[in-house]
Design a protein around this ligand. Structure first.
Ligand code: HEC
Ligand code: HEC
Length: 214
C-alpha cells in the first residue's frame, strides 16, 4: 500500500506540465541542501564505495528514489557523514528525506540530473565482467538498462560506472524483495546466485557500455 503512494506520487508529478517545465528552467533548479554533499560528494560524484553516485542520473529516477525513502518503502542504511563536521550522529536516507516536500524533491532531483555522472575509480575483474555481460543480456536486464546501463534516458538509473560496493547492496536488496522491482522481473532477481550478482556488479562497475554494443 505504502509502496503505491511512492510510485503514484512520482507518476502524478511526471504528469504535471509545470513539474516537467521546471526541469528545463535553470532558475527553478535551486541548490540542494548542503548536507547531501557531505556523503554524496560535490555535485553527486560520490567517492565512497557504499554511497551511490547521483550526479547525472535522470530526474525521474532520482525522484523515485527520494519518494521511496521518504515513504519508507526502500531500506535506509545507517550511515556516518563522510565530510564536514564529524561530531554529528549517524543518520540514514529515510531521516534525511523525511521533511522534504514534493517540490523540494523535484527540484533537488533536477539539480543532480543536470550534473555530470562521474564514473567510480575502481578495479573490476575483466573475467567476471564478461560473465556479467552475458547475464545482463540473458536475463533481459538490457531491456530497461540499455547501453550497458549507461543511458540516463532509460529512467532506470545509471549502473555503468556506479560503485561496485553500492551495486552489490542494491542487487542483494532486490533479490531479498526489499526494493520495488517490475513484477515480471521478480523471478529473475530471486534466482540470482551470489556469483551472478558478483559478475553483474563487475560488469556494471567496469562501465558496462564498453562491452555492450546495444
Ligand atoms: C550520511 C550520509 C548521507 C547523506 C547526508 C545523504 N545521503 Fe543519500 N544516500 C546515502 C547512502 C548510504 C545511500 C545508499 C542507500 C542506503 O543505503 O540507504 C544513499 C542513497 C541516495 C539516493 C539513491 C540513489 C540510487 O541510485 O538509488 C539518492 C537519490 C540520494 N541518496 C540522495 C540524497 C540527497 C538528495 C541528499 C541530501 C538531501 C542525501 N542523499 C544525503 C547516504 C547519504
Ligand atoms: C522492466 C524494466 C527493468 C528490467 C527488465 C530491469 N530493471 Fe533494473 N531497474 C529498473 C528501474 C525502473 C530501476 C530504478 C528503480 C529505483 O530507482 O528504485 C532499476 C534499478 C536497478 C538497479 C539499482 C540502481 C540504483 O541506482 O539503485 C540495479 C542494480 C538494477 N536495476 C539491475 C538490474 C539487473 C541486473 C536486471 C536484470 C536481471 C534489471 N535491473 C532488469 C528497471 C528494470
Amino acid at each position: 500500500m505504502q509502496m503505491k503512494t511512492a510510485l503514484l506520487l512520482t507518476f502524478s508529478f511526471a504528469a504535471i506540465p509545470g513539474a516537467i517545465l521546471a526541469y528545463d528552467s535553470p532558475e527553478a533548479t535551486s541548490t540542494p541542501p548542503a548536507v547531501c554533499a557531505d556523503c554524496h560528494g560535490k555535485d553527486g560524484a560520490s567517492t565512497e564505495p557504499d554511497v551511490p553516485i547521483i550526479g547525472g542520473i535522470s530526474a525521474l529516477a532520482l525522484e523515485e528514489d527520494l519518494f521511496a525513502f521518504r515513504d519508507r518503502v526502500r531500506p535506509c542504511r545507517t550511515s556516518k557523514y563522510r565530510a564536514g563536521a564529524s561530531d554529528r550522529p549517524t543518520t540514514d536516507m529515510c531521516r534525511i528525506s523525511a521533511d522534504l516536500s514534493d517540490d523540494e524533491i523535484v527540484q533537488i532531483s533536477a539539480f543532480y540530473a543536470s550534473k555530470a555522472f562521474v564514473p567510480a575509480k575502481q578495479q573490476p575483474d575483466p573475467e567476471k565482467a564478461a560473465s556479467g555481460e552475458i547475464i545482463h543480456k540473458n536475463l533481459m536486464c538490457v531491456g530497461c538498462h540499455g547501453k550497458g546501463g549507461s543511458d540516463p534516458a532509460d529512467d532506470a538509473s545509471i549502473l555503468a560506472g556506479q560503485w561496485m560496493g553500492y551495486l552489490t547492496i542494491a542487487l542483494t536488496d532486490f533479490r531479498a524483495g526489499k526494493r520495488w522491482i517490475p513484477k515480471n522481473m521478480e523471478d529473475n532477481f530471486q534466482n540470482l546466485t551470489d556469483q551472478d550478482i558478483e559478475a553483474l556488479v563487475h560488469f556494471y562497475g567496469s562501465g558496462g557500455y564498453r562491452h555492450e554494443s546495444n
